[in-house]
Design a protein around this ligand. Structure first.
Ligand code: BT5
Length: 262
């Protein structure tokens, strides 16, 4: 990727002030985490053309072939508590929906970390943090988005989820310029980071909720194999999801996967 082209298209206060590029790395989250141990500036971005150990949540992997998609991570030091760090996933999801909208496509956010187009996953976010003595040092947010994978690529690499996976090229029917997409998403991340700094977590949660088409709808959540049915009622400033059960009680969920039926 041409990083100078990306730099020339940036219009940000913080995110992307420093960009480090690798043709290949294990995982941009891990690479940035290691760099951050020896001090890394707020807003630093690590981009890789391919990853050998791209990570999803809960020990899952993220398929990261070269020359096709976008895999990157960025570091921020927001003034929030450890327990509020999951809200950074919402911030990244908001930026993704804004960037995707610039291609004329409305994307959906799915709790906790997916971006969907017509019920198919196009991107995922992985937020990790470092803390000392119960204080947050920094947060690393990793984003993987399928840009130019063809349906054939998806079927070959991800057969078990190919019916629920998509790429931006599949949706727009056009090859996506990866540098332009990357600059737009960094600009949009910076935009929402300013909102977090100036208005606080409640604004991010409210904006995320406004994009959440599952709100007040019947949903199914997989909690380590146990299926919970109910109505999606809200998310809070610690990233918890509240599902209203048949009994009328609200159950608070932190880690799980919402099941989307096509
Ligand atoms: C995620 O996990 O969706 C978070 C993915 C974050 C990846 C980025 S890439 C840059 C940065 N560096 C990293 O190492 N990670 C981050 P999760 O919700 O657990 O979803 C993972 C599941 O999505 C997998 O089990 C597959 O079913 C599916 N999956 C894997 N690769 C995919 C891909 N390329 N596109 C769509 N789905 C994929």
């Amino acid at each position: 990727m041409n990083i100078n082209k990306i730099r020339s298209l940036l219009d940000t206060n913080l995110i992307g002030n420093e960009i480090i590029y690798y043709e290949q790395t294990s995982s941009t989250n891990d690479t940035l985490f290691n760099l951050a141990k020896n001090s890394t500036n707020d807003g630093t971005v690590v981009i890789a053309d391919s990853q050998t150990k791209g990570k999803g949540r809960l020990g899952r992997s993220w398929y990261s072939p070269k020359g096709k998609n976008l895999y990157f991570s960025f570091l921020i030091k927001p003034k929030i508590t450890i327990s509020q760090s999951p809200v950074c996933t919402f911030l990244a999801s908001l930026a993704l929906t804004k960037t995707i909208l610039s291609y004329g496509i409305t994307a959906d956010v799915k709790w906790p970390n997916d971006i969907l187009i017509n019920k198919r996953k196009i991107a995922g976010v992985l937020t990790e943090m470092s803390s000392t003595n119960n204080r947050l040092d920094f947060i690393i947010i990793g984003i993987g988005i399928n840009l130019n994978m063809t349906m054939k690529d998806i079927q070959n690499a991800l057969p078990e989820v190919s019916k629920t996976t998509t790429s931006l090229m599949r949706e727009t029917k056009d090859i996506v310029d990866r540098e332009i997409f990357t600059a737009r998403i960094i600009n949009d991340l910076d935009y929402y980071y300013e909102i977090l700094k100036n208005e606080g977590l409640n604004s991010i949660v409210a904006l995320w909720t406004s994009k959440w088409s599952f709100l007040n709808r019947e949903v199914k959540i997989n909690l380590e194999g146990k299926i919970l049915n109910g109505i999606a009622r809200k998310v809070d400033t610690e990233g918890y999801f509240y599902i209203e059960k048949e009994s009328g009680d609200l159950e608070k969920v932190i880690a799980g996967d919402m099941i989307v039926e096509n």
